[in-house]
Design a protein around this ligand. Structure first.
Ligand SMILES: [Zn+2]
Length: 429
């Protein structure tokens, strides 16, 4: 453990760590979290945070967000053995990112203690409480847990529990279980006494009930029907998000349906083309992206993705040509630079890859973890494992579920440690 932490300290003292700082954390009960997320996960000896299966936690978060009608724009990260669940905000280059950090075993223990074996209201109520903190804006200041904030988050949890079908008893059960399991830990100065929290849950649960009651009074109210264009736009949004999470088959299907509904939907062609390029359906990808360019010749991104399609097919000179055209059209398009950086890495031109990826970042490339991963990989190939580890770690700060940076980051970290052990050539005792 000491060794691992020393390694990380070494990393952080070599490079300035400005991109990521913990500014707030609220724990579910009064144990004060003093560590950064990375610390928390490293404390548990897992550099590979984000590799564990988050699907149950994500399903719960999605269920809750469905009731609120907002997208899940939190990163859900498991840190084993923290025995807690936290809403955390980390400063990032492009603002800050919201995290739900949780310990799966902790949640399951409370489920068992508070439930009738098969349901998991305990997990849902805790997650709802943490999401409540984020949605109430509690995670925006640096103060941390405070009794009034806890009660707001508890009320939100009660509201959601009603909406999802829990009885009031079920909504409150987790507190009783927690007191049984953790005793006094639930009553500390940052968190209100148990009876106040139970009252907050009840008031939220009642609010849920009354909003439902109002809805039933208004029997004439009907949802507004969406137009075909609206539906096409929704499908496009889905495709865009699916591509971002590497679900290219599903993305291609959604984008195709969007195009079917709206023939001149250039952006949907772009998403379908990107999906096809990643599925190595090069001919289809090029055709689809050309269709996008026919509809809108100014779409530099379509050119950049044609470059990706050629890169994936190992047709490097064709890829090169697309990037020349793209940059001629718009030399400040971050996607063109990021895509060319990928090509450079594939060609083994690592210094050029680093330059291109840095330019993409300077130009405001949205998914910063991608250029950061490209830079990490270039350093890895140059056998500069310290730098590589640093950039992969940065990429993971922005996107903890980035499998590429997680996989290569672990390799780089191991090789960096091995490199540090080796005595320098020519030095003799
Ligand atoms: Zn809280």
């Amino acid at each position: 453990m000491i060794k691992l932490l020393t390694g990380i300290f070494f990393l952080f003292s070599t490079f300035s760590l400005s991109a990521q700082t913990r500014i707030y954390s609220c724990s579910y009960y009064g144990e004060k979290a003093k560590m950064t997320r990375m610390d928390i996960c490293l404390e548990n000896n897992s550099f590979a945070f984000g590799l564990s299966d988050d699907s149950r936690a994500i399903t719960i978060v999605d269920k809750i967000m469905e009731e609120v009608g907002l997208p899940r724009n939190f990163l859900v990260v498991e840190c084993p053995e923290i025995e807690n669940c936290k809403a955390v905000n980390y400063l990032a280059k492009t603002g800050s990112l919201r995290y739900i950090v949780y310990d799966d075993k902790f949640l399951r223990t409370l489920d068992t203690a508070s439930a009738t074996a098969t349901d998991y209201w305990g997990s849902i109520s805790i997650m709802a409480h943490e999401i409540g903190h984020h949605l109430c804006g509690h995670t925006l200041d640096s103060i941390g847990s405070r009794p009034d904030k806890e009660l707001e988050a508890d009320a939100f949890s009660g509201f959601i529990m009603y909406k999802l079908g829990a009885s009031l008893d079920q909504a409150q059960a987790v507190f009783k279980a927690m007191t049984d399991l953790y005793g006094d830990a639930t009553i500390v100065s940052t968190h209100p006494p148990l009876r106040n929290r139970l009252a907050a849950i009840r008031s939220g649960w009642n609010n849920g009930w009354s909003s439902n009651y109002r809805q039933q009074q208004n029997k004439n109210e009907r949802p507004v029907l969406a137009s075909w264009d609206d539906i096409a736009m929704e499908l496009y949004n889905d495709a865009y998000l699916l591509n971002k999470t590497a679900k290219h088959k599903e993305a291609a299907l959604k984008a195709s349906t969007a195009i079917h509904l709206k023939k001149d939907f250039a952006d949907a062609y772009v998403q379908r083309g990107l999906a096809e390029a990643n599925l190595l359906q090069t001919t289809e990808a090029l055709k689809t992206l050309d269709s996008a360019l026919t509809i809108d010749p100014s779409l530099t991104i379509a050119r950049a993705y044609k470059g990706r399609a050629y890169t994936n097919a190992k047709s490097y000179s064709f890829a090169e040509f697309e990037f020349i055209l793209a940059m001629k059209k718009d030399s400040a398009h971050p996607v063109a630079w990021a895509e060319r950086a990928l090509l450079r890495n594939t060609q083994g031109l690592y210094d050029k890859a680093i330059k291109d990826a840095e330019t993409a970042l300077d130009l405001g490339y949205q998914d910063v973890h991608i250029p950061l991963g490209v830079i990490g990989y270039a350093y890895f190939k140059k056998k500069k494992y310290t730098e590589a580890t640093y950039f992969f770690a940065q990429a993971l700060e922005y996107n903890p579920i980035d499998e590429f940076s997680s996989k290569w980051g672990q390799q780089a970290y191991k090789l960096m440690k091995a490199q540090q052990k080796k005595p320098k050539a020519g030095v003799k005792k």
